[in-house]
Design a protein around this ligand. Structure first.
Ligand SMILES: Cc1cc2nc3c(=O)[nH]c(=O)nc-3n(C[C@H](O)[C@H](O)[C@H](O)COP(=O)(O)OP(=O)(O)OC[C@H]3O[C@@H](n4cnc5c(N)ncnc54)[C@H](O)[C@@H]3O)c2cc1C
Length: 346
């Protein structure tokens, strides 16, 4: 649907928020952690879709908070959508988006303490979670790491939230504070998130952990939590770039599947692999990877189409509804499971 940009708020040197008024009520209330999928077109007219997490709401408007993605090297292009938002989109403009959607959601049914761990612009979905948790009986510890005060977004807002709600505690880490950054006022610790810091700040392993940040941050946090003894089903995470599946580094790679007796068989034709479907797997993308078959992917959430694959025989069903189901004869592997024996063209 269309959204009108009702305000543009500069949050830091590289991060800006956009308040959006939907033209009609959203199909349902968003759950903190979810995102909207934005659509635009390239200069050549090709569709461009990018996900932006909902970082909050104000007077019924949805807020998204976007980092400007600059080119890693001269001669390469800057990020298409983020640059467009930063340089072109202004108050009063119309933008198009679908949603809310996504699998990274605050579990509101749990009564465990919550630990929110974010790096850089990865704070956007967890800030929405912190707002939802404010004033509840759940102890909430928000640990955020970034470079310094120049790029730190939503810091004042989170400090105010913690002042107003005693169940919220913030801890900000700056990797390289500038001369203007004051310890105790702007940030708490210089450096990176360590195991000791998490152990000191949290009530232990029996918490719900939510992680969002750059790839290396996510891997480091996941491994750290696993080493501390946090159960994997207590760790929820979202990647902002090409997604991957985090698994404990001590896990046995390519574990043998435990197929259901008489369950479906999945044949990967080009790879010459035929295996019994493991009903414990979330989707066919993860199942293929378990068997060493590397499929191209990006979002792993049913919005980018990268893992779209030809189905040669059989059918699939979608426990996770993608943004758009592929046409007949194709499957979006990140969202589907086999519906009987299946042959895929990979
Ligand atoms: C579920 C989800 C939620 C997200 N939420 C947020 C959010 O809340 N806030 C946010 O800021 N982002 C968020 N993202 C990331 C966002 O969707 C975009 O991926 C991000 O803004 C970059 O998109 P872009 O079009 O600007 O860059 P792209 O055009 O996709 O480019 C990405 C990077 O690659 C570089 N690049 C371009 N061409 C080349 C080349 N040939 N070689 C090497 N490098 C190249 C660009 O300079 C840029 O740095 C989210 C992502 C996901 C999956």
């Amino acid at each position: 649907m269309n959204f009108t940009v009702s305000d543009v708020i500069v949050e830091s040197e590289i991060i800006t928020s956009f308040l959006l008024t939907p033209e009609a009520p959203l199909k349902r209330d968003f759950v903190p952690g979810e995102y909207l999928l934005f659509e635009s077109s390239s200069d050549e007219g090709d569709p461009i879709r990018r996900e932006y997490s909902i970082s909050g709401v104000r007077d019924g408007d949805i807020r998204i908070t976007i980092k400007r993605e600059v080119a890693p090297e001269q001669d390469l292009p800057h990020g298409v959508m983020s640059t467009r938002f930063h340089d072109v989109v202004k108050k009063g403009d119309i933008v198009r988006a679908a949603g809310p959607m996504g699998a990274f959601k605050l579990d509101r049914t749990s009564d465990r303490p919550v630990v929110l761990l974010s790096g850089g612009v990865g704070l956007t979905p967890v800030v929405a979670m912190a707002h939802d948790l404010a004033g509840t009986s759940r102890q909430t510890i928000f640990i955020h790491a970034c470079e310094n005060g120049r790029v730190h977004a939503l810091g004042a807002e989170m400090r105010q939230l913690a002042r107003e709600h005693e169940n919220i505690v913030n801890h900000f880490l700056y990797r390289a504070p500038t001369a203007e950054d004051v310890k105790g006022r702007d940030y708490n610790t210089e450096g990176m998130i360590s195991r000791k810091l998490i152990e000191d700040l949290t009530p232990g392993c029996d918490c719900d952990f939510y992680l969002c940040g750059p790839g290396p941050f996510m891997t480091a946090m996941y491994d750290m939590l696993h080493d501390m003894g946090v159960a994997t089903d207590r760790i929820a995470y979202e990647f902002f770039g090409p997604a991957t599946v985090l698994r404990p580094k001590t896990a046995e790679p390519n574990k043998a599947p435990t197929p259901a007796e008489g369950g479906p068989t999945v044949a990967f034709k080009q790879s010459g692999v035929q295996v019994a479907w493991d009903p414990a797997e979330q989707n066919l993308l993860e199942f293929a990877e378990e068997h060493g078959i590397m499929v191209d992917f990006s979002c792993r959430a049913g919005s980018c189409d990268t893992c779209k694959t030809r189905v040669l025989k059989g059918d699939v069903s979608y426990p996770i509804e993608p943004f758009e189901r592929p046409g007949p004869g194709y499957a979006l592997l990140c969202c589907c499971v086999p519906d009987g024996d299946l042959e895929l063209d990979i």
